[in-house]
Design a protein around this ligand. Structure first.
Ligand code: UDP
Ligand code: MG
Length: 311
């Protein structure tokens, strides 16, 4: 019998957990009755250092139904690390990761299991439409996918972290030791047979988003810097093009000085390139600095999560 484990990272999610648990347990009961999963299947909530009553909620849900399990991290480590903590710690033949807020449609779980039965080791949940998103989120997401694609990063558009992974795929993931985690970029690198299940993303059931803009931007840079060194190459190209341009302007200035009497001591020709190049150099120093910072955190090899208690 297939042992399923649903892995759910939670950060200040006390408002949604009871309803999420109710819906997931109901779904598991149906799957159990159909023989799609075994009786040992469970739900694991990872409390990512919440400051509200999330852990107490998980404890009481566990007391009410032992199929609900919990892992409490020693502090907030961010969504990706919390998710990894779950994926690396739980038992089960098959793990499905999803968000706590019921945005990932629970109804897609049976179809994911079906795709797994048909031989897929990784099943990606892909959103069929983004109507529940704000225009801003839709626009930035689309632009971001295009940028990633142009940098040669292989990720699946409109797939977040709603996915099924088999035990084999999880074992392979264990060998990726990186600290700057961008799971949706790593999973395609695992290989294996994959499948896609489309689902409609709901609005958040309760509470508010735990991804403010600064977290989203840091996460977006992780996605680029962890999988592509193109920005570094591009800074070299742009630098080379500007040098050639500057050389041509220099030749032109010599020509004017030697063969015409049009040369005027110029302000613009001195000051504009100075600002332009100064800005450009700072920009690319920033890009290089961003990579150096990633190397710095990778070389320290600090633990990606620390478990405080498990239920
Ligand atoms: N989350 C987490 N740690 C964090 C931030 C978020 O574990 O530091 C969890 C959160 O509880 C939720 C999931 O990550 O289960 C996705 O977060 P959210 O729904 O707030 O993001 P959004 O859907 O707005 O992008
Ligand atoms: Mg959400």
């Amino acid at each position: 019998m297939l042992r399923l484990n649903l892995v759910i990272p939670c950060f200040n999610e006390e408002e949604v957990l009871p309803e999420t648990t109710r819906q997931l347990l109901a779904q598991m009961d149906r799957l159990l009755a159909d023989g799609a999963i075994g009786p040992e299947s469970e739900i694991t909530f990872i409390d990512d250092g919440s400051r509200d009553r999330t852990w107490q909620t998980i404890e009481s849900l566990h007391a009410a139904d032992p199929r609900v399990r919990g892992i409490k991290l020693s502090r907030n480590r961010g969504h990706q690390n919390a998710l990894l903590a779950g994926l690396m710690s739980v038992q089960g033949d098959v793990v499905i990761s999803l968000d706590a807020d019921l945005q990932d449609d629970v109804g897609a779980i049976p179809r994911m299991l079906e795709a797994h039965r048909d031989g897929a080791d990784v099943v990606f949940g892909v959103r069929s439409c983004r109507v529940t998103d704000t225009f801003f989120k839709r626009f930035t997401a689309q632009t971001y996918y295009k940028v990633l694609h142009s940098f040669g990063v292989e990720i699946l558009p409109d797939h977040a972290d709603y996915r099924l992974m088999s035990r084999r795929a999880l074992d392979a993931l264990r060998d990726f030791r990186e600290v700057n985690l961008f799971l949706r970029g790593i999973i395609p690198l695992l290989g294996f047979r994959t499948a896609i299940v489309k689902y409609e993303r709901n609005a958040r059931f309760a509470g508010e988003s735990k991804y403010p803009l600064h977290k989203m931007l840091a996460f977006a840079f992780d996605g680029i810097a962890s999988f592509s060194s193109k920005p570094l190459q591009w800074s070299a190209y742009v630098g080379a093009c500007i040098s050639v341009g500057a050389l041509l302007i220099g030749l032109w200035a010599i020509f004017i000085r030697l063969f015409t009497n049009l040369s005027v001591p110029g302000w613009a020709s001195t000051v504009i390139p100075m600002y332009f190049l100064g800005g450009l150099q700072l920009l690319f120093l920033g890009v290089i600095g961003g990579y150096v910072a990633k190397i710095y955190s990778e070389t320290k090899q600090r633990p990606r999560f620390i478990v405080e208690t498990t239920l």
